[in-house]
Write a protein that binds this ligand. Structure first.
Ligand code: EPU
Length: 418
């Protein structure tokens, strides 16, 4: 067990290199199951969830490694065991993502019901309804989902633009017989990244980045080489941290076109933003102003940056209202924020945050990846020494968060808890 020890009050200055997107790389690794042969994936972040996914691929019979330069090499054999066991699936809810590619390629798949973050019920009904519409039969056996059937194209309308359901059904459809249309699809950049890799593998996909995906099923796919997009959520975390605590930071490799709404909100809060093709820079020399946000599927404000935004509002000038529409459990860290002296009242899926001039350090615990990052940001703003326990959750999504913050001048270290 480890924790971060943060001494707040220092502005952030300098540069940080943005890693590949965790939420893209996880699906790109799952997509390799769709084709035998060698797959090379560059800019894969070395985070805990990626290590679990590589282990999952190995358990099924693939070769799967990640080198120090961030290149994952996956070799998928002609035949493998299409089973995601409980010991791995319980560590990461995204394991459900292997269902579509396995079913598409082998006509059968067994996936233990996923575990995951403490941010809500995290249902998978849309994944299953879509696969059933494509001809799969799905049942539960001893806690595992067991799916069989040879898939055929279908017209699917999602109840909500679910990120994961769109990806699962997209992968399944690439190897289904005939054409599939996924309407009310999610439009996240990670989905376009996945579509781009699948096209390089021989898939026929149109409409990614829009609400309607069209997929022409093909008989087989092949290995490819692909580079993961940069992590917009990691970039967003550093941008919000800088706006909250002050300073001047340049994010190398970040893509401004994936961060448009956040950059506009940061500008309204008083930050100066500069962007070019390969970086995003922020500077701010005053206390940020409170700005309301409403989380929505992309291109709306990302739910994965909502906790960090609450940390910013906690020290901003004025009162901000946060409306969370995506995950019902995403305010679960607010009790910890109160321990740091934040003034926050929640009512259903709304939070009213009254900014205070300064927070006061305290021991707190991260309930999930993003709330963990938010507590670190709050610690950077607080007077005194804050300890953030639950670092293993933060490590699921960030490559050594404390090292990046230290590189920007923050006083933060990782220590073991006896
Ligand atoms: N939902 C259903 N039924 C479904 C699928 C989703 O009701 O079949 C609900 C969920 O319960 C949730 C909402 O729809 O309330 C949105 O879920 P979505 O499927 O869009 O999210 P996800 O695919 O489970 C991914 C990311 C999350 C990110 C969300 C939203 C990965 C591995 N996870 O989750 O990232 O918050 O999209 O953008 O890609 C994180 O990185 O910390 C994280 C939680």
């Amino acid at each position: 067990m480890e924790r971060f020890v943060v001494r707040g009050g220092r502005p952030l200055t300098g540069r940080v290199k943005i890693a590949g997107a965790k939420n893209s790389a996880l699906k790109l690794l799952a997509a390799t199951l769709s084709a035998p042969g060698e797959h090379l994936l560059h800019r894969v972040p070395d985070v805990a969830d990626i290590r679990v996914t590589l282990e999952l691929l190995r358990t099924m019979g693939a070769e799967a490694t990640l080198d120090q330069a961030g290149t994952a090499r996956v070799v998928i054999p002609d035949d493998l065991e299409p089973v995601a066991p409980y010991e791995l699936a319980r560590q990461m809810r995204a394991s459900i993502i292997v269902l579509g590619p396995l079913l598409g390629r082998f006509g059968r798949a067994q996936v233990a019901m996923p575990g995951g973050c403490n941010i809500g019920a995290r249902k998978i009904d849309m994944h299953l309804a879509g696969l059933e519409k494509m001809g799969a039969t799905i049942g539960m056996e001893h806690g595992d989902l067991v799916a069989t059937g040879s898939l055929r194209g279908a017209n699917i309308v999602l109840d909500w633009p679910s990120h994961g359901a769109t990806e699962n059904l997209l992968m399944a459809a690439t190897l289904a017989k005939g054409n599939t249309v996924i309407d009310n699809a999610a439009r996240d950049p990670e989905i376009s990244d996945l579509a781009q890799m699948l096209r390089a593998m021989g898939a026929k996909i149109h409409g990614d980045g829009t609400h309607t995906l069209e997929i022409e099923g093909v008989d087989a796919l092949h290995g490819s080489t692909h580079t993961t997009i940069p992590d917009r959520l990691e970039a967003g975390t550093y941008l919000i941290a800088c706006a909250a605590v002050g300073g001047s930071v340049r994010l190398e490799g970040a893509r401004a076109d994936h961060l448009e709404l956040l950059l506009s909100k940061l500008g309204t809060a008083g930050a100066t933003i500069d962007t070019d093709d390969t970086s995003v820079s922020i500077s701010i020399d005053e206390r940020p102003r409170a700005v309301d946000i409403v989380t929505l599927p992309y291109p709306g404000f990302p739910t994965d940056l909502q906790p960090q935004w609450i940390s910013l509002l906690a020290v901003a000038e004025g009162t901000g209202i946060v409306t969370e529409n995506v995950f019902e459990g995403r305010f679960s860290f607010i009790g910890e924020m109160a321990r740091l002296g934040a003034d926050i009242r929640t009512e259903g899926h709304h939070a009213v945050v009254r900014g205070v001039p300064s927070l006061s350090a305290a021991p707190v615990e991260a309930p999930d990846i993003r709330a963990g990052a938010a507590l670190v940001i709050a610690g950077l703003c607080a007077e005194g020494e804050t300890t953030v326990a639950g670092v293993e959750l933060i490590d699921r999504g960030y490559e050594a968060l404390e090292e990046s913050f230290r590189g920007l001048g923050a006083d933060i270290v990782r220590e073991s808890i006896a």
